[in-house]
Design a protein around this ligand. Structure first.
Ligand SMILES: Cc1ncc(COP(=O)(O)O)c(C=O)c1O
Length: 397
């Protein structure tokens, strides 16, 4: 009898053509400018090595005394991180996980039955469909619309999807890739809609420490949302630009009775895995105290690159950049661009730059591309110049 595998992992096998070409160019030693870079540890940032590593060398780490929700002192440090943003989150409302993806899995396990749908934004982060498959649910996209200078939730499309088997709404704020944050008005409307359907909200706020200058007031964390059962996600992969350390958290909130039940069920899920490492939990207490140092280093990088990008697009008239409220990404638009896979392959082969075509992010048309704002500035600038040259050469429809 042949071996069998679960249908959950029946994904198309192999890498896409773009990834294969990039790999073969790099293996031949060719210089490629990667404008999709998502890994801050490869972005030439000046991490304080000694300080980071010494925090890991604590004798406390030699003792195994696990708590399902995570060590109290670490949850207190996360609570202090929220206090720094003016939000009160008691450590009892926090649960630590080994990364945001694990937090999503725990929440899908908590909130959904097999076959249910989770509602995710489009444009949005492409990992959701894999996370959903692995948890026996599927994704449905509600739309974000660009109106009056900013991306907003299309409530009509969201309302049309909510139902007895679709009662988990995912928000990403600031969103990857639109860089938009949910406004207070939108949150009021979202709460009304979710309360009417007894729907829960998962709010991915991993980029909330990267609000662009002047946008500080535009972000509201759902860690403070008492109206509806809500789970705000954060983590050091973005807050401290340390994805390799694998520490994230869920800040739960909502009406008291349902919140208490959700927390006790989540605790059992977490107790089944106990996945967050003790040394990282101890070190994170010290790292989080240095959070402003990390975030200002990265914020300076992404805002500097964004300013250059907007200037270069305007100067070359190659396209326009959507306004970014926060995060590490920017979306470039050019009417009639047709940025499909072939276009991205041509860009890589001829200009030696790698970008994300918009369809990766469920964009409504192909005249968008997404750029990471993380690369080292001289690489980023050269990449953007080549991109503008190429886009300028595309026939405008
Ligand atoms: C919106 C969003 N959420 C979560 C993550 C992943 O976070 P983690 O490394 O904590 O799993 C990413 C990674 O790029 C992301 O873009």
């Amino acid at each position: 009898m042949p071996y069998s595998f679960s249908r959950r992992t029946d994904w198309p096998s192999g890498e896409n053509e773009l990834a294969l070409l990039l790999k073969s160019m790099l293996s031949r030693g060719e210089q490629v400018i990667d404008l999709t870079l998502a890994n801050p540890t490869r972005a030439g940032l000046a991490y304080d090595q000694e300080r980071l590593l010494s925090a890991l060398a604590s004798a406390d780490s030699l003792v195994y005394a696990p708590l399902p929700c995570g060590l109290l002192r670490t949850r207190e440090a996360v609570s202090a991180y929220y206090a720094g943003k003016g939000i009160t989150v008691a450590p009892e409302r926090l649960l630590l996980t080994a990364g945001t993806s694990e937090a999503y899995s725990f929440l899908f396990r908590l909130l959904t039955e097999p076959g249910d749908k989770v509602l995710v934004p489009a444009p949005g982060y492409p990992l959701f469909s894999f996370l959903a498959d692995l948890n026996d649910v599927s994704v449905e996209h509600y739309r974000l619309r660009f109106e009056e200078g900013r991306w907003r939730i299309d409530f009509e499309s969201l309302e049309g999807l909510l139902g007895p088997h679709a009662r988990t709404v995912i928000l990403v704020s600031p969103n990857n890739p639109t860089g938009s944050c949910i406004s207070r008005d939108e949150l009021l409307q979202l709460n009304r809609l979710c309360a009417a359907h007894s729907a829960s909200i998962i709010s991915d706020e991993v980029f909330c420490d990267y609000l662009f200058p002047g946008q500080e007031a535009s972000f509201g964390s759902l860690a403070g949302n008492e109206e509806v059962l809500s789970f705000a996600l954060g983590g050091i992969s973005k807050a401290l630009a340390l994805p390799q350390m694998k520490l994230a958290w869920i800040a739960a909130n909502g009406p008291r009775d349902v919140l208490t039940e959700a927390l006790s069920r989540l605790e059992v899920i977490a107790d089944t895995y106990l996945s967050v490492s003790t040394p990282v939990q101890h070190a994170a207490v010290k790292w989080l105290a240095d959070m402003p140092v990390f975030s200002s280093m990265v914020l300076e990088r992404v805002t500097g690159n964004y300013t250059f990008l907007c200037g270069e697009l305007a100067r070359s008239k190659a396209g326009e950049c959507f306004p970014v409220q926060g995060g590490w990404y920017a979306m470039v638009h050019r009417e009639g661009l047709c940025a499909d896979e072939n276009w991205a392959l041509g860009l890589l082969a001829q200009e030696r730059i790698s970008v994300h075509p918009g369809y990766f992010f469920d964009m409504p048309s192909e005249d968008f591309i997404v750029l990471s704002l993380l690369p080292e500035p001289s690489c980023f600038q050269e990449g953007v110049r080549r991109l503008c040259r190429r886009m300028g050469g595309v026939h405008r429809s």
